[in-house]
Design a protein around this ligand. Structure first.
Ligand SMILES: Cc1cc2nc3c(=O)[nH]c(=O)nc-3n(C[C@H](O)[C@H](O)[C@H](O)COP(=O)(O)OP(=O)(O)OC[C@H]3O[C@@H](n4cnc5c(N)ncnc54)[C@H](O)[C@@H]3O)c2cc1C
Length: 276
């Protein structure tokens, strides 16, 4: 079977999807598409691509039933520019290959992430990891952004001065803040990209990584729209229910009370109404 080309992916190769104030994601290259998933799945039968509808049904079946290995046959190489604090979260996804700009080899650029006023929210009351949904009043937010910016300027001025004195780049950089932008090439297969996207497009993920995940999902849709459609249907919009929650669902379908109360009931409702 021939090399797989997606016209929509060819059209966006190298296009920068702007993310945050100075970041981007671009698709450098890809290998395989929806047809490759189908070819890989049918290899055991020596059977090739069938009609669009049958192929789409097979992809949906594979994803629904966690037959994940055919999805590993599709590969993406992304070029990403991102703040270091986002990169710290990103590298926890180990099933990828990456190559990052070296602060030992290159002088780092004066490029730092600054949030928008709408992103400057207080600590959340009910989630220890997150920010509240309402931002600070605009004047307060702008004052705090100025404080962040002043810190970035100071750190970069110190860095430049140390470089000017001849200090090795690998040492001069050590006080640069997490808001500094870095760049890398990141290569991953579709199965593991879906794992990354499922966690990082979710409302629990920090906004600053979520916007990258959203951009990458747009790119993935250009490469393999049918697989992405199944991913949205089963993994993004779907929910896993525990044994007691399944009992509660059966009770509700029988027209009875759920049988849950307190926190378990709250969690169940949040799942059901997509608030978790
Ligand atoms: C909202 C949110 C909050 C988080 N908060 C924190 C936090 O406070 N602190 C923190 O440390 N982390 C945190 N994380 C990171 C999280 O714990 C995971 O490390 C991250 O999401 C990567 O998930 P993963 O291990 O499934 O991914 P991957 O590393 O891509 O792994 C995918 C699968 O492959 C398996 N695998 C990977 N590498 C190997 C290997 N070498 N050998 C065998 N199996 C392997 C994994 O077990 C997993 O099943 C957070 C993540 C999210 C989404």
């Amino acid at each position: 079977m021939a090399h797989c080309i997606s016209a929509a992916a060819e059209a966006i190769l190298d296009k920068e999807y702007k993310v945050l104030d100075k970041g981007f994601v671009r698709l450098v290259d890809y290998m395989g598409n929806d047809s490759r998933i189908v070819q890989a799945a049918r290899v055991s039968y020596g059977d090739g691509t069938k009609s669009y509808r049958e192929d789409s049904g097979l992809i949906d079946y594979l994803l629904r039933n966690e037959h994940t290995s055919p999805f590993e046959q599709v590969i993406f190489t992304f070029h990403v520019k991102l703040p270091i604090f986002v990169a710290r979260q990103w590298v926890r996804h180990r099933t990828a290959r990456l190559n990052e700009i070296s602060g030992r080899y290159s002088v780092m650029k004066d490029e730092f992430y600054l949030p928008l006023p709408e992103d400057m929210a207080p600590q959340s009351d009910d989630n220890k990891q997150a920010r509240a949904s309402e931002p600070f009043p605009d004047d307060d937010a702008r004052e705090m952004i100025s404080a962040l910016e002043a810190g970035q300027k100071r750190a970069f001025a110190d860095y430049s001065a140390l470089i000017g004195k001849g200090l090795a780049r690998e040492v001069a950089r050590i006080n640069l803040p997490l808001s500094l932008y870095t760049e890398w090439y990141w290569q991953i297969d579709l199965h593991n990209l879906f794992r990354f996207l499922r966690l990082r497009m979710d409302g629990h993920a920090q906004k600053e990584i979520r916007v990258y995940a959203d951009a990458m999902f747009e790119i993935a849709k250009a490469v393999c729209p049918q697989a992405c459609d199944s991913f949205e249907k089963h993994l993004v919009a779907g929910r896993n229910f525990s044994g007691p929650e399944m009992d509660a669902l059966r009770n509700l379908l029988d027209g009875k009370e759920s049988g849950l109360s307190g926190k378990p009931e709250e969690r169940f409702k949040a799942k059901l109404f997509k608030q978790d």
